[in-house]
Design a protein around this ligand. Structure first.
Ligand code: CA
Length: 229
């Protein structure tokens, strides 16, 4: 069963989300507060995607996201943001979210986002090839989806893994932000280009020797990114 956690303190918004996810074929676990969400995730270890509202009584959605990520790099996380709070998107992604949906959203938009993450979080089947991509000092193992730098494991989210794999498969090639969005999020994804930049920024914090002067994922000004200088 494909299980989704919905954290939203406003009962009417929560039931709107829950009804639409059930209609789309998902099993739903509900939580009203961040504390309750963390507790439910401990009980339901098979939850694959979590939708997190930000403004909550008690700990906020960013903190919930941070705590989930500290123990679980695999689960897909979507933040529910308000249209007026542009910074929320960036903050949410930097705390480890994979995506965000802006309120008010349509049922179709919501389920498309959940479907996309669900596909990725379920895509742990072994991939073809010899299972390893080497770009010293990095070693990407495509069978167990892990990354090592100088032999040290670096924990990646599913999105970060997908971005890393795309770069390592295309060394020295400038990729436009649109191409990155298509390759990592899929052609049917209707998100914003900003999500590419924020995920790259977060990935740089994990893999670069000096994230403010990146030498692995370099910027191609006015275009996109490239693996290598
Ligand atoms: Ca709220």
């Amino acid at each position: 069963m494909k299980k989704v956690l919905v954290l939203e303190d406003e009962a009417n918004i929560r039931s709107f989300i829950v009804i639409n996810l059930i209609r789309a074929g998902y099993e739903v676990v509900e939580a009203e507060t961040g504390e309750e969400a963390l507790e439910k995730l401990r009980l339901h270890r098979d939850v694959r995607v979590a939708l997190l509202d930000i403004m909550l009584p008690g700990i906020d959605g960013f903190e919930v996201c941070r705590r989930i990520r500290a123990g679980n790099p695999q689960i897909g996380i979507i933040m529910l943001t308000a249209r007026s709070q542009e910074m929320d998107k960036v903050t949410g992604l930097m705390t480890g979210a994979d995506d965000y949906v802006t309120k008010p959203f349509s049922p179709a938009e919501l389920t498309a986002r959940v479907d996309a993450l669900m596909r990725r979080s379920g895509g742990v089947a072994p991939e073809a090839g010899d299972g390893e991509l080497r770009q010293p000092p990095f070693l990407l193992n495509t069978r167990n989806r892990t990354l090592e730098k100088n032999g040290q494991r670096i924990k990646l989210t599913q999105v970060e893994y997908a971005i890393m794999k795309m770069f390592m498969e295309n060394p020295g090639k400038a990729l436009s932000r649109e191409e990155v969005l298509d390759l990592v999020w899929g052609r049917d994804y209707f998100g914003e280009l900003k999500i590419v930049d924020v995920n790259v920024r977060r990935l740089r914090l994990k893999i670069e020797d000096n994230p403010t002067n990146p030498t692995y994922i370099t910027t191609v000004w006015g275009y996109g990114y490239k693996w290598g200088i």
